[in-house]
Design a binder for this molecule. Structure first.
Ligand SMILES: Nc1ncnc2c1ncn2[C@@H]1O[C@H](COP(=O)(O)OP(=O)(O)O)[C@@H](O)[C@H]1O
Ligand SMILES: [Mg+2]
Length: 617
């Protein structure tokens, strides 16, 4: 037992004591605390913590912030004036309180418990099972490292573990490869060309090999560097002519090949069933080019998804046939693996006798579903942590009744049950969160609920603590200097369910409120967020304002010499304008066609015309 002030950390039973009161901590925050307490007085860097606690999984460093928040709350510690955990900004953490070993607990500890305590830390193990799949990915990486480019498709239903597998693989590769990932986002598929590609390029430029990446782009694909907002294509704008699509694609391939000349480059595209056509074209070109390159493309996708794009299937089939690619189909976990997964989630080896069988039957071996079933059992009080005197284990307290709604075969139904347990305001809050892509900031939720931001943030933090599917992911600084926390859903399927359960009229109103709030927050420089505003106006069916925001975004891109991007935005505005009534549409088309012509021929632009469009009512 490790003692600090009035707390005791019982490492063999994995629990925390405040004098005689036992405090239950989830496995991961417990492991973080344990690592800090076992390394008192010194700086523990973010990397060290992540390596120690998730040895084979890639984890966003932001999760540490979430756990620190949770730990500080439990320890009643204050970040500004820490008694226990000191934050060393951008570097890591230091446990500052003196730590002593309490002999009483040690003498009473059973030999087995002592042996356990000698293990490095309460490690949430890496992913369970999937050894074959990891080995196959490794084999492809090796071939790619030898200069034979590879494309691997990791496929399977929602929640089967595609992301978890690819994360574990990237983590294994460590620093032997540069890794960049791009997430395809639902709803952006048709229109936002190259969305995941831009994300991946941004990561490459910001990585430790960033200088190399930027140099390659500057030399071989300057238009892309400009589109990333990292450099103008040329100072005098002379090369600001739009390049044809094929040229852009070839340029980017060449730049990526240069980056992949020395060191293995792994490009991960997540959820390709939502990809835009341009991204699919890029993957196709990259996979087919002949020159040697140390390049591995890993793409995940759901083959049976209704949204699954025909083109993605075609691409995969074709690459498989030409032996340029491979498919790794993820199957459901077998019963022993489900049992291991439960043990990992609960942080305990010995499980109640029927638990593994029950979870396996109800989840059909889908890990995401298995975790949801487990959470369901805990929420119902059927599973609970019990014990005294430093002994505490998850126990079964009631028989496993068949679950409500018989067996909810669909994950969505299961999630729906979880959401219905929340109160009205909490449900509205999460629904508001689902209107944003990827992460949802507090200000957006507050705007939809017409609430004060502080109040919203408190509830968000509370939900993140109580629900297993919402995590606090970080903080943004807004232009006025205030900070706004943002949150993510553990899996996009939660976002989908929350999005779909809202009546369309409420959803539309909320989208409008978010767009308007964005405009107010970024007043004076709306152009920088115009793209995002357009997305919300479009989702709300406010075509007029969606088109006008896109035009502002196009102007902004044009100012940065990102001509191809500007043109694309205007094309999108044109498509949206198709929805307007005849007269308005004609007027707008006229203006936009002129704008398009001016972008193609910059000299045609009249000098007096302002670049940033005035806001349209
Ligand atoms: N092999 C595994 N071992 C442990 N946990 C897993 C495994 N596969 C998936 N999970 C967990 O299940 C959930 C869903 O997995 P995820 O990789 O996001 O699914 P997908 O990307 O296929 O939709 C995540 O919480 C993930 O950590
Ligand atoms: Mg995934």
């Amino acid at each position: 037992m490790k003692q600090f002030e009035s707390f005791g950390l019982d490492t063999s039973n994995e629990c925390l004591w405040r004098r005689d009161e036992q405090i239950t901590l989830p496995p991961k925050p417990f492991a973080v605390l344990r690592y800090l307490v076992e390394n008192p007085g010194r700086l523990v860097t973010h990397d060290e913590l992540l390596d120690a606690l998730w040895p084979e999984t890639y984890v966003q460093p932001q999760v540490l912030r979430t756990y620190m928040l949770e730990l500080r709350k439990v320890l009643e510690d204050d970040a500004k004036n820490p008694r226990f955990i000191q934050t060393l900004p951008k570097r890591g953490y230091r446990f500052v309180a003196p730590v002593t070993d309490s002999p009483a607990a040690e003498t009473s500890a059973a030999p087995e418990a002592e042996a356990q305590a000698a293990k490095p830390a309460a490690l949430p193990a890496a992913i369970v099972d999937r050894t074959n799949e990891l080995a196959r990915l490794q084999a492809h990486a090796q071939r790619a490292a030898g200069g034979h480019r590879q494309a691997v498709f990791v496929t399977g239903e929602t929640g089967i573990g595609k992301t978890a597998l690819v994360d574990a693989f990237c983590r294994q590769m460590g620093s032997t490869a540069s890794v960049a990932r791009g997430q395809c986002v639902q709803g952006l598929g048709r229109d936002e060309a190259y969305y995941p590609v831009m994300e991946a390029l941004g990561q490459l430029c910001a990585s430790s090999d960033g200088e190399l990446a930027c140099r390659a782009l500057a030399r071989l694909a300057p238009a892309w560097l400009a589109a990333l907002g990292r450099a103008p294509a040329s100072a005098d704008g002379s090369s600001a002519r739009p390049a044809p699509q094929e040229r852009l694609l070839a340029d980017l391939c060449a730049a990526l090949e240069e980056m992949a000349a020395e060191k293995l480059l792994i490009l991960v595209f997540e959820d390709l069933h939502w990809a835009d056509d341009a991204t699919v074209d890029l993957i196709s070109a990259l996979a087919r080019r002949r020159a040697p390159a140390r390049l591995l493309i890993v793409a995940t996708y759901r083959p049976h998804d209704a949204a699954s794009r025909h083109r993605v299937k075609e691409l995969k089939q074709d690459l498989l046939m030409r032996r340029l690619g491979a498919e790794i189909e993820l199957a459901a976990l077998a019963r022993p693996a489900v049992r291991q997964l439960i043990a990992r989630e609960l942080g305990q080896e010995a499980l109640p006798p029927e638990l593994g069988e029950f979870v396996h039957r109800h989840s059909e071996g889908n890990p995401l579903f298995a975790i949801a079933v487990l959470e369901h059992l805990i929420a119902q009080g059927i599973l609970a942590r019990e014990g005294a005197n430093g002994e505490s284990r998850w126990q079964q307290r009631a028989p496993f009744a068949e679950m409500e709604a018989a067996v909810p075969r669909e994950l969505a139904q299961m999630i729906e049950l979880e959401i219905e347990r929340l109160n009205e305001r909490e449900q509205r809050l999460l629904e508001a969160g689902s209107l944003m892509h990827v992460a949802f900031p507090t200000w957006a939720v507050a705007a939809t609920l017409k609430e004060d931001v502080t109040q919203t943030e408190e509830t968000c933090d509370d939900l993140a603590r109580r629900l297993h599917f919402v995590h606090r992911a970080g903080e943004d600084e807004l232009p006025d200097g205030t900070r706004s926390a943002f949150y993510v859903f553990a899996h996009e399927v939660y976002r989908e369910v929350l999005y779909r359960r809202q009546p369309p009229s409420r959803r539309a109103n909320s989208h409008i409120r978010i767009a308007e709030r964005l405009g107010r927050i970024f007043a004076g420089r709306e152009a920088t967020v115009a793209r995002e505003m357009a997305m919300h106006f479009e989702a709300a069916g406010d075509w007029q304002r969606a088109a006008s925001a896109l035009r502002a975004a196009a102007r902004h891109a044009c100012e940065r010499q990102a001509i191809a991007e500007a043109e694309e935005l205007l094309q999108r505005a044109l498509r949206i304008a198709e929805n307007l009534p005849e007269t308005e549409r004609k007027a707008l088309l006229g203006v936009m066609q002129k704008e398009l012509a001016e972008m193609r021929e910059p000299s045609a632009r009249s000098a007096s015309e302002p670049l940033v469009l005035a806001k349209k009512a």
